[in-house]
Design a protein around this ligand. Sequence first.
Ligand code: ARG
Ligand code: ZN
Length: 878
Amino acid sequence: MKDAQPKAIYLKDYEAPKFTVLHTALTFLIEEEATEVHSLLSIQGEAAGELKLNGQALELVSVELDGGALSEGSDFSVDDDFLVIHQIPAHCKVAIKTRIKPQENTALEGLYKSAGMYCTQCEAEGFRRITYFLDRPDVMSIYDVTIIADKSKYPVLLSNGNLVESKELEGGKHLAHWHDPHKKPCYLFALVAGDLRHIEDRFTTMSGTDVTLRIYVEPQNIDKCDFAMDALKRSMKWDEERYGREYDLDIFNIVAVDDFNMGAMENKSLNIFNSSCVLANSATATDNAYSRIEAIVAHEYFHNWSGNRVTCRDWFQLSLKEGFTVFRDSQFSSDMSSPVVKRIDDVNLLRTAQFAEDAGPMAHPIRPASFIEISNFYTLTIYEKGAEVVRMIHNLLGEDKFREGSDLYFQRHDGQAVTTEEFVKAMEDASGIDLTQFRNWYHQAGTPELSVTDQFDETTGDYKLFIKQTCRPTPESDKKEPFHIPMALGLLDEEGNDAQITLKSDGKFNQKTQVLSITEPEQEFIFSGFSAKPTPSLLRDFSAPVKLHYPYTREQLLFLLAHDSDGFNRWDAGQTLATDIVLELSEQVQAGEPLEVDDRLIETFEKLLKEDSSDKAMLCKMLSLPSLAFLIEQSVPANVHAIYTARTFVRQTLANQLHEAFLSCYQQNHDDEPYNYSAEGTGKRSLKSLCLHYLLESDQGDYSQLAISQYQNSDNLTDQHAALSALANSRFQVQAKACLDEFYEKWQHEPLVVNLWLSMLAGSDRIDGVEGVEELIAHPAFDIKNPNKVRSVIGVFAGQNLRHFHTQTGAGYEWLADKIILLDRLNPQIAARLVGPLTKWQRIVGEGGQKMRNTLARIESTENLSKDVYEVVSKSLV
Ligand code: ARG
Ligand code: ZN
């Protein structure tokens, strides 16, 4: 991007629209060579004036105002981004005809073709690639949509709302007319035309309305819809019970498509899903896929209220709907399985990836103040940190007041497009709790850090905590106002029991877990009534998205791991201990010293393995070492190879010293019961697979046969995948290759299984570096136009296979840059996401980091970069 550099837009420049669209009538004439879109807009404004409509990559056919044709130049002008009608009356009808070519649309925004079917993705700004429109969420309209297409090729024609007419036309065509009674912003518009099959079910809402539920898929996938349907019904019920939210139409449709940039989309009554987030049966989906499907089905359904009925005023408010909805889906998932395990998974993602984003060049507040390309802001910060912020409000208010706040928010703002301020205000008004300082979470980026020290006075029995909060500078601001941080605290006595917590100044607390409000840069709390120094259990259940520093000794961590009544902190004590051990070893790797693993870690693992734990999923978490990505984040600037070597050494030591215990744990959790997706089954399988991975790393025996037989004899993909990936990462490469080849042979016609196969190979520790991953790109199973395949190969290699991506020659970086440049021509959103791994250059020590930076500079100097890639690259180079 040398000349005209894309410009940022700012929240402070927001202006209410001068015109709105009361009614939108769209007709789609779908033909193989092009699709014509006729749009009739009923426009209303306060006064006559200029009408400026967004439009991109459109061929304009004609424009009419109140039935009279307009001429280019005298009446309107058109360029790459806008159609401007110079003067329209306050009330009028504008008719516009455009022509588009969905079959050539590789960006997958607007109307495009995926595997023979037409589908749409309009959030955030895809509608402007369909027709000229006021493409902004605060313009809400009632839609009538007519679709005309060949009946044999596209027997199913869908849009939002209710089907009001359908008929046959001459020439083998047919027509469907859909009417959506709810006004909505255009980003929630959807259309589907294809040769699809569906399954159908019903749901009766709490007030007795009968809703028809359908899931539409390509014919070969009709046997993979039942789980999503069940998840949908459970979501509908849960939202009624937990939030009092009822569905508001007679029909709810889900459509699965193979080519999709993200996970799924909450279009009103016509959710469109990436097929990976909806299709499942035991042979083609792993336990992970099942839980992801359940969460995403729920997420999109919950958007019907948090997103659709109450929507965003502008895209700076994205977290209004996404943060709240992720919070809602995490509550749902937690109710469906194990709350502690769900919390661990969420926090792992947050601390590994969101904290990195918040510490990097693209850091932004959950309500950003500016952006160049909004697609780049569908981030972990907006989604996951946004959900953590809502979670803190939930914990500050308590369940009942939070529910009152949520009810008030929906009641006040139903049918409106609002800002995060309205959400906070409703919570405040319903609870009477002052959230003034809490609002800093919305406009300040960066992860706050809490440094905690303590002191015990034997003579008085007083225990003091000193808490200091800081936050590093981020691009939007160097100076941070203190955050309001709820810190849940437990104090363990010498036996490991929770002591009653009594604040010296305020005797009434007397709790086992006390939430302290941290609001000052420095604060001191005094607790009374101790006969010996207690062990603090800080930030229980991860009560705030912050980094915590307390000088725990390894003995204290072991004590917490054994005794803390808070499940999350028990796990976290183990993670902190393991992190400390691995990072110390990585120093020794760099110093060329001999390595030895602290016996206490090995003893802890042994004890855990021998414990007859009923919570297998939790045990699996306890026995999992922190990931390489997490460890890199804890050690900035990081030496990837030293950390990798240290972590591998710890794994191998555990595997060698405890192989018998791993084997017996494996055997106890391995049975021949038929597969069934359940919390219990998932827990058992995850523990068993962890044991298998350790066993294959042990050089105290050859356990390859165990993996091969699990692969051959199991009736489900979860176990097969676990066995294959253990083999793929092991020294048994001959056996691994035989099994992986056979697996591909068998499943080559199932795209989702092929993607899993690709990701196992791209993520393997044993891959032949850049040459190895390039072989995958050349494989017939790969398709650069399909985002799922790009994520499975390029995304996994650069984002997860850190040892090989960070190969010292810098070949991994150059390879990634080539792929980004190639992809930017086809699909800018996906290309921009792949820049992510390179933006972390400041966190990688020495020459490696410098090489990453040089690679970014090479991308930046490429001609005609998209806005998407330009924004990420240029901000990362500052
Ligand atoms: N609103 C969708 C969801 O989170 C995300 C869709 C965004 N799509 C995009 N191409 N930016 O449920
Ligand atoms: Zn969402």
